[in-house]
Design a protein around this ligand. Sequence first.
Ligand code: HEC
Ligand code: HEC
Length: 260
Amino acid sequence: MKATHEISAASKLGLRTVAILFLLFAAGISGCGRRLAQERFERPEDVRNFDELFAHNCSGCHGAAGRLGPAPPLNDPLFLAIIPEAELTRVVSQGRTATLMPPFAREQGGPLTAEQIAILVRGIRSKWSNAEAAGPGPLPDYLASSSATATTSLENKEIALQVFGSSCSTCHGSHGQGGKEAGALRDPALLSLLSEQALRRIVITGRPDLGMPDFRRLGAMLPAGQPLTNQQISDVVALVSSWRHPHEPAAPLHKSSGGQ
Ligand code: HEC
Ligand code: HEC
């Protein structure tokens, strides 16, 4: 009797020890898990690191290092020399209507705080600006609306055709149909992805990453041999923009001097 009693007391003690150890162990695991989760989880609005913010929000479209993505490069000294800081902040906060560029500010339904947008804007400028690489001389206006001579309608078709014939057709084809050096511009699908402002920016900065020259070298292809002016840029952008509508007839643009 006594022996069995002792055995059962011992086994009860054993069971209790196992149970207590188990509880301590379980509590340890969950406590540990809680600590790890606390360490690992940073609330999205607390991220203040430029690289992390850019990688999560921008690089999918603008490319990992701000270039060679499907959207226009941000890592471009000429682009950063012409875009006013207020405009950079505005585009990131509000996005661009009718394009794939979404608004990022919370007030616009986006994911980022004003502080995070400021970190992105500062980072883009300090990391990728380079006054020397942007080149000397006066620079064209980033926004068409800030140049007094700007037109968004095709008022100066003759000038536009002349600029296109000298500066664009060698690569993009005499009708904008595409050539050996570059793709078609008379392509509603391509143009549906680019606002008038994006076209203007591309004519000013070119796409050095893809082999398209900037406004200086494009202007040098005209008889006067001068960098493209604000007016010439506005006119050629209005011409290319008029091709958004597929019904526009593909009549010859200009007595093309060479090219396709
Ligand atoms: C879903 C794709 C997408 C994402 C994500 C995106 N962008 Fe854009 N972004 C675009 C497109 C497309 C344009 C060109 C819009 C147009 O046609 O004007 C653009 C234009 C811009 C411009 C103006 C560039 C120019 O050529 O004038 C800036 C500045 C810019 N984006 C910054 C950012 C930043 C900073 C982020 C991240 C916080 C970001 N974008 C995220 C697609 C995107
Ligand atoms: C020396 C050749 C060359 C000249 C001249 C040239 N381009 Fe381009 N352009 C390119 C290349 C290369 C690309 C890259 C994509 C492609 O192959 O179409 C390009 C791309 C573009 C794009 C699309 C950019 C994008 O992000 O998708 C536009 C718009 C454009 N060019 C407009 C023009 C206009 C307008 C002119 C004249 C003012 C012009 N180009 C002159 C070579 C040229």
